[in-house]
Design a protein around this ligand. Structure first.
Ligand code: ZN
Length: 87
């Protein structure tokens, strides 16, 4: 299943924020941003998560880690992402 999320009534890719091409069957298919070797959420932040309202700052706050931009944060994001089936 694609990593997908409904934002303001529109199904979008959870990773890159792109609109699903088929809104009636939004979970079908794979987004262009999803490569066979999928990376963890922390590595995908720069790919546009902030475009759908998931900023590193908000995730860091939710996880209780400091937004220091270090590898620890990326690992924390990767763990959070796996909860949503990403990475
Ligand atoms: Zn995508």
């Amino acid at each position: 299943m694609r990593a997908i999320k409904q934002v303001e009534g529109v199904w979008r890719c959870f990773i890159c924020g792109a609109e699903s091409p088929d809104q009636s069957r939004p979970h079908v298919g794979v987004c262009a941003c999803e490569s066979p070797q999928r990376r963890g959420l922390g590595d995908m932040v720069s790919a546009g998560l902030s475009a759908i309202g998931i900023t590193p700052e908000r995730v860091s706050k939710a996880l209780g880690v400091k937004d220091c931009g270090c590898r620890q944060r990326a690992e924390a994001l990767n763990r959070l992402g796996r909860k949503f089936g990403i990475g």
